[in-house]
Design a protein around this ligand. Structure first.
Ligand code: PDD
Length: 293
């Protein structure tokens, strides 16, 4: 089935979808994006994604390309036209098209692209057996809370991880503390059974999956704290895992070749994983009910 993309007001065949050479996203990575998971035909946690998009746009003074109601419609339509049941919807807003100049002209119209793709998420083996990760210096700018398409350090880190047969690269700041993965948030469980993830400061993206898992951990009464932890604490942890829209929850069983815990996905990680899957399944069922009514 041919894929369809939405580009600046039009639904076009994916293979012919194109933006202008002077789109500032292309020239300066002057834009923001969201990746939204699709499960059972429903966009998972759409509202928090829209809120984060609005925040990213606001922080960069890029006007909203359309109302949230119109955007919900376009996202649903791109999903529908591509018949995605399980996969993701990608949306990108750039500052717009203008003759190349670092500063931008007044009244620029933002450019919007939306695509959708079927996918099965990370391989079952990664989710069931866990993955290895590498650590790397965090070379990024000081506003990683903004979901910008300027992802060069993330791209290089992920490639280095892949070249090293690892699933993810964990960024470490100058104080030796882990910030986040190249496209994931990082969690550990200490040997005392305390669940930790970094507080949402400017050094990390406040992941939507991260927020959902925090709510589930709190509801389950797990001992939980939002605080930064060091690379050493990861090495000494009982368990570790990653969260993101595309990975959901992936257990980490080794870092830089050192085993974490007993080298298998830990019990708390497994319990959270079950709870997260139930949460998504409930959302899908609720969506189906809304659709039927
Ligand atoms: N990445 N941190 C970074 C740097 C990320 O790029 C992502 C997501 C996350 C997790 O956020 P969320 O739970 O909202 O997906 C954390 C997306 C999936 C990507 O770039 O493809």
């Amino acid at each position: 089935m041919p894929r369809t993309a939405y580009v600046n007001g039009r639904y076009v065949p994916h293979r012919r979808a194109a933006v202008h050479v002077e789109d500032r996203g292309y020239q300066f990575a002057d834009g923001v994006y969201e990746v939204i998971a699709v499960q059972g035909g429903w966009l998972v946690d759409l509202e928090p994604h829209l809120r984060r998009l609005a925040r990213s746009l606001g922080e960069l003074a890029i006007p909203r390309p359309m109302s949230d109601a119109a955007l919900r419609h376009v996202l649903a339509e791109v999903r529908r036209r591509n018949r995605v049941q399980d996969g993701m919807v990608y949306l990108q807003v750039t500052r717009g098209i203008a003759a190349r100049d670092h500063a931008w002209p007044k009244g620029l119209k933002p450019a919007l692209v939306v695509t959708a793709k079927s996918s099965k998420g990370p391989p079952a083996e990664a989710r069931e057996k866990g993955v290895s990760v590498l650590s790397m210096p965090d070379l990024r700018w000081k506003r990683c809370d903004i979901k910008t398409t300027s992802l060069l350090p993330n791209v290089l880190a992920k490639q280095a991880a892949r070249d090293g047969a690892a699933f993810e690269a964990l960024f470490v700041d100058e104080a030796g503390r882990v910030t986040e993965g190249s496209s994931t948030n990082v969690w550990i469980v200490t040997k005392k059974g305390r669940l930790l993830t970094r507080a949402p400061d400017a050094a990390i993206l406040n992941g939507i999956t991260r927020q959902a898992v925090i709510a589930l951990a709190r509801a389950a009464g797990f001992e939980f704290e939002e605080r930064a932890f060091t690379l050493r604490e990861v090495r000494n942890a009982a368990e570790a895992f990653l969260t993101s829209t595309t990975a959901f929850i992936v257990p980490v069983i080794a870092i830089d070749g050192t085993r974490i815990g007993d080298g298998t996905p830990g019990p708390l990680t497994r319990r959270l994983n079950t709870r997260y899957r139930d949460y998504v399944a409930r959302a899908v069922r609720a969506g189906d009910r809304r659709h039927a009514s």
